[in-house]
Ligand binder design. Structure first.
Ligand code: BV8
Length: 228
């Protein structure tokens, strides 16, 4: 990669698909089994907290039985070898990038293994009995929720992401349908600042037209090919 120093990588559910973690919009995907409005919005949580907590308990349990795949491992190698700046932003709430060896992962939509206290905003490891609404370890309030960003909520560390998009020479999107904003707009932000843009995905996404190059195939194959 000539004259490339600063890279931003965005990953979505497709990077974890070959590890056996359900994506959202494929046949039989998460949104076919659960309405977004019921399980991934603050209103859904207020309406039926037990349904939402069971949904995220199921997601966490699925994640803990899965292993990173060659795509996660290749991105960790890139991080270790790259002498410029590299920001890995993931929309995923699993920890497979970390278990695959990545040291610095920005979870813009939060993390399935963490609980957030709605009262004091402290984060803590997900307690095994979340549906029994245990007290927050920091303030004692019975106000724990999954530490994930629901629809209508502001994703995490957006200033940091946009600063990196404004300074990057290469933006790479891996395994995302381009269906959800603001992540789906990152390619345009990077392009507007002169970055080269590359999409690695199983099929063309809603944003494919914005990329200089799209390579199609399973992430476990095409990400190591790109990295190595
Ligand atoms: C915000 C966390 C503003 C929880 C997620 C109208 C009404 C209300 C809101 C909106 C609206 N219009 C736009 C919005 C904004 C909304 C949005 O974009 N809605 C969409 C549906 C239109 N966005 C938001 O609400 C965001 N917040 O806008 O805040 C704001 C402003 C000021 C103040 C406050 C707020 C928040 C969005 C975050 C929602 N949380 N997840 C959880 O995980 O449960 S979203 C969830 O879906 C994921 O996190 C991910 O981000 C998103 C997209 O999923 P993907 O990762 O792309 O997965 P998907 O299944 O869709 O696609 C998989 C892809 O992989 C496919 O392309 C497939 O081909 C490919 N693939 C499959 N296998 C492989 C593969 N590729 C390679 N290899 C393989 N093996």
């Amino acid at each position: 990669m000539t004259d490339i120093r600063n890279i931003v990588i965005l990953t979505g559910a497709g990077v974890s698909a070959e590890s056996g973690i359900d994506t959202f919009r494929a046949d039989g995907g998460l949104w076919e089994q659960h309405r977004i409005e019921d399980v991934a919005t603050p209103e859904g949580f207020a309406r039926d907290p037990d349904l939402v907590l069971r949904f995220y308990e199921m997601r966490k349990e699925q994640i803990q039985t899965k292993l990173p795949n060659p795509a996660h491992q290749a991105l960790a190698r890139l991080e270790a070898e790259w002498d410029g700046n590299l920001l890995l932003v993931t929309q995923n709430i699993d920890d497979l990038h970390e278990r695959g060896g990545s040291k610095s992962v920005l979870h813009m939509h939060g993390e399935a293994l963490l609980a957030l206290c709605s009262a004091c905003e402290a984060r803590s490891p997900w307690p095994g009995v979340m549906v029994e609404r245990p007290p927050c370890p920091s303030c004692g309030a019975a106000a724990l929720r999954p530490d994930v960003v629901w629809f209508g909520e502001m994703p995490y560390r957006m200033d940091e992401i946009y600063a990196a998009l404004g300074a990057c020479d290469l933006f790479v999107s891996i395994g995302t349908s381009g269906a959800v904003y603001p992540a789906a707009g990152f390619v345009r932000e990077a392009k507007a600042h002169g970055a080269q843009t590359l999409e690695l995905n199983l099929e063309r996404s809603q944003g494919s037209g914005w990329f200089d190059e799209t390579r199609l195939g399973p992430a476990g194959e095409i990400v190591p090919e790109w990295v190595d």
